[in-house]
Ligand binder design. Sequence first.
Ligand code: GLN
Length: 249
Amino acid sequence: MKPKFYITHLYPNEMSIYGDMGNIIAIKHILNELGIDPVYQPVNIGEKLPAVTDWYFIGGGQDKEQLIIYEDLLEKKDRIITDVRKGVGLLAICGGYQLLGEKFLTGNSEMVTGIGLFDVETVAPSSDVKTRCVGNLVESCVIPGLSDVNLVGFENHSGQTRFTNQKKCLPLGRVVSGYGNNLDAVYEGCVYKNAVGTYLHGSCLPKNPQLNLWFIRNQLDRKGIKYDLSKLNYSVEEKLNKQLVQKFS
Ligand code: GLN
């Protein structure tokens, strides 16, 4: 019997833009290669969280979609925070990342309350497209286990994200090229235990195999499941990462 790995995908209908579904495809691919059975659990508005989750995913979304889902997400807040505190993995992209912070004030002054998992808050200066952070983003990872690994993706956000009191979070990476958390950011993203918020769309995990492996390793270790990474061949993804980093740095 293959060991199971429970993936909970939050709001796949509303929160998945710029190919964010590719993150689910990428993590399932590596798990299958390792002989582990990925159990995909989509959760939509009004649906309960599954009994077991090893890794949460929430993608990006337009302001409109964030306004549609945030109240339902607030109802799921306690369970998600409890799971992350005990080491469960999580990847949140852009709009999803913003909703896991403390708040997102849109360019039209609509307040979107976050669940407060990450010590960040996001404010959009206006709804003028010129104030958006758009383009290819390269960063050098600063978290243990991934330091100096180059990550690459595509960003497109009005929200300017800043750390509030940095009691419990680290940034994901130092910006090499592109914007990052805001128009003049030194850093990008936010990490709390095995939970990562980032503006890297595009999709993130297929372009950044080392981050994919970081999630998988820390969850399989947490579950006490043995695995052999030497079975894997992700040379294509590594080559893509290097080419994109070179092209956009
Ligand atoms: N609507 C949010 C913003 O514009 C998030 C956008 C996104 O997820 N790409 O900042």
